[in-house]
Design a protein around this ligand. Structure first.
Ligand SMILES: CC(C)(COP(=O)(O)OP(=O)(O)OC[C@H]1O[C@@H](n2cnc3c(N)ncnc32)[C@H](O)[C@@H]1OP(=O)(O)O)[C@@H](O)C(=O)NCCC(=O)NCCS
Length: 391
């Protein structure tokens, strides 16, 4: 057996790989902007539907445009029967992210021409994906729970319809609004790992479904979208822990990471995180649950420990505060990352449209970075091959 080769990896940190007009982050100041609008303004005054339109089309919709967009999304929520029938044969303990990733190419099979001819066609396909993601996630949860999936309801808005399809009950308006705000806050985030995966895939001229399936796969990892489920698992583990501070200190001393802290771009508090923290505090007060108290203890202790080592840039990220919020809404822990995907699909599709049909771009470039070859074998030109029976 060959020895393991030691490699270094830049993770593409700080490398500008393309122009984009979709979103902007100032990691030093804690600013996130979608198409010119601060995310806090959108969370306070807009809606997920309006934000999805903004991301896809580059401008806020008129009242008529928003009504039409919303009506079309509502009309496209159904998923084909063959996908639901297939899901019923899948193992009930399959990860919801694996299920979501597996169903996206099945949507391509249902599309007679999955390769879009222009940006309008690509935007229509994007609307179909935005419409169907909640249906796919809710359907899987019901199937694995031994229940029949519920048909989407056109009289309900996006977040309310998802919670209805998930639980079989219409949510109260406050919960539906809170989830809509969460979806708005997660809708885009520049060239994060999953968005880059989408763009990289469609740069080969693969269709939007192949791009989105790549994005779902990348989002599932615990260093990216999977972190929210890991945060909730940590909070549940600490529910009856008498000394949270001690638990945190021991974990850090053992060289382990605390999920939900730190970010590759933000060097101060993530603007989305502050928002979700307030929501978590309010929901905690309303329900009498103490997740906010536990997460505050984790944050306080970990940040003090980081400060001792001069790592003052590690702050809570969006997953740290979204996890208890989703939990208090009754969203199961392993559906937290799929809920992230239900939101981020708008950003992914906007980036896919930009990657495939951006104007003033001479030709969409196929991503093809290079690696430093460090293979320590027989020199650059390679080894002399000997057949297996002579070895
Ligand atoms: C998101 C993340 C990968 C970004 O990391 P990064 O900026 O690339 O920094 P690195 O992974 O190189 O870490 C830098 C240092 O900070 C430490 N660090 C970063 N995040 C940490 C965390 N959550 N817990 C403990 N230590 C952490 C690392 O151990 C490393 O220490 P070292 O230099 O002594 O080895 C990282 O902060 C992390 O793993 N966070 C937890 C997972 C998470 O919440 N992901 C969701 C992101 S939205």
């Amino acid at each position: 057996m060959a020895e393991q080769v030691r490699i270094k990896n830049t993770g593409l940190r700080g490398v500008t790989v393309a122009d984009s007009a979709i979103s902007f982050i100032d990691g030093e100041k804690g600013v996130l902007i979608y198409r010119g609008f601060r995310v806090e303004d959108l969370a306070d005054r807009s809606s997920y539907m309006e934000t999805a339109f903004l991301l896809l089309h580059g401008a806020l919709p008129s009242q008529e445009e928003l009504a039409d967009f919303s009506r079309r999304i509502k009309a496209e929520r159904q998923v084909p029967d063959f996908i639901i029938d297939s899901m019923k044969k899948w193992p009930a303990d399959a990860s919801p992210m694996d299920v979501l990733q597996a169903t996206v190419p099945m949507l391509a099979m249902d599309d007679p021409s999955p390769i879009a001819a222009d940006r309008h066609e690509q935007a229509d396909k994007a609307m179909g994906l935005i419409a169907r993601f909640p249906t796919l996630v809710a359907a899987w949860h019901r199937i694995r729970s031994g229940l029949e999936p519920l048909a989407p309801r056109e009289d309900l808005e996006h977040a309310a319809n998802f919670l209805y399809m998930l639980k079989g009950q219409e949510p109260d308006p406050e919960t539906a609004h809170d989830l809509d705000v969460c979806l708005t806050l997660h809708a885009d985030h520049t060239f994060n790992a999953s968005t880059f995966a989408c763009r990289e895939t469609v740069s080969t001229q693969a269709h939007i479904y192949a791009g989105v399936a790549s994005g779902v796969g990348a989002l599932s990892g615990s260093l990216h979208g999977g972190a929210n489920a890991r945060v909730m698992a940590m909070l549940l583990e600490l529910e009856n822990e008498p000394d949270v501070a001690d638990w945190v200190k021991k974990r850090l001393a053992a060289g382990e990471r605390i999920m939900g802290l730190g970010h590759a771009v933000y060097k101060t508090e993530d603007p989305r995180s502050k928002y979700l923290k307030d929501m978590g505090r309010r929901l905690g007060d309303k329900t009498g649950q103490r997740w906010f108290e536990i997460s505050s203890q984790i944050e306080e202790t970990a940040l003090a420990e980081f400060a001792k080592k001069g790592k003052t840039e590690i702050k809570p990220n969006v997953d740290f505060n979204s996890a208890p919020v989703y939990y208090l809404m009754g969203i199961p822990t392993d559906l937290m990352t799929p809920v992230f995907a239900i939101s981020r699909i708008a950003g992914w599709c906007s980036h896919i449209i930009e990657e495939t049909f951006a104007e003033a771009q001479e030709k969409p470039a196929l991503y093809r970075p290079k690696a430093e070859y460090v293979g320590d074998y027989c020199g650059l030109m390679g080894c002399e091959f000997t057949p297996v029976d002579e070895r």
